[in-house]
Design a protein around this ligand. Structure first.
Ligand code: PRP
Length: 175
């Protein structure tokens, strides 16, 4: 059992299973994108651990870059304003692989895909380590999924609870 602030968590997906699945996904990418020089776009912060493990096993010509979605409360309205930081013309006419740690409601991915499309990538593929299927409000075509998980709160391997717990080597689920 692991305690983070007021919550307790139990191991849900072991480090071994994460590594084995990540290797399978990397092998598939190496085949699917051979000769296509894709750019991996990691979505910060959560994807950093998954992307670094994946990227070590990519053997084709490729690039890596990172994007951050910043959210802040608008001073003049109640709405949340979101902004995508780090996008530039390097994705013009290139195949892009968005790399996420988790697709939960699907709102973040919808926002990212919309912003990216204005840069005219030749193709946009999505890879996510986790997909919380029953929580999804905006369905997406997910090209590479590590694990479909239950509708429970998870931390570890890059995922956080109040910014804590990202450093755990496995995925932990709330008890
Ligand atoms: O499908 P959704 O319901 O939109 O949730 C998924 C998003 O939530 C998390 O990011 P978060 O905004 O918590 O930032 P973080 O990666 O820095 O933890 C996660 O990394 C995804 O980007």
């Amino acid at each position: 059992m692991v305690r983070i602030q007021d919550l307790t968590f139990e191991e849900y997906i072991s480090e071994e299973r994460i590594f084995a699945r990540t290797s399978q996904l990397a092998k598939k990418i190496n085949v699917d994108f051979e000769g296509k020089n894709p750019i991996f776009l990691g979505i910060l912060n959560g994807s950093f651990m998954f992307l670094s493990e994946l990227f070590k096993q990519i053997t084709i010509e490729c690039e890596v870059s990172f994007l951050k979605v910043s959210s802040y409360e608008n001073q003049t309205s109640t709405g949340k304003v979101r902004e995508l930081i780090g996008l530039n013309k390097s994705i013009d006419n290139r195949p892009v692989i968005i790399v996420e740690d988790i697709v939960d409601t699907g709102h973040t991915l919808a926002f990212i895909k919309d912003k990216i499309s204005s840069f005219s990538p030749s193709k946009v593929s999505v890879m996510t380590l986790l997909h919380k299927v029953a929580a999804t409000k905006i369905p997406h075509e997910l090209d590479y999924v590590g694990f479909e998980i239950d509708n429970i709160f998870v931390v570890g391997f890059g995922l956080d609870y109040n910014e804590l717990g990202r450093n755990h080597r496995c995925i932990l689920a709330k008890s």
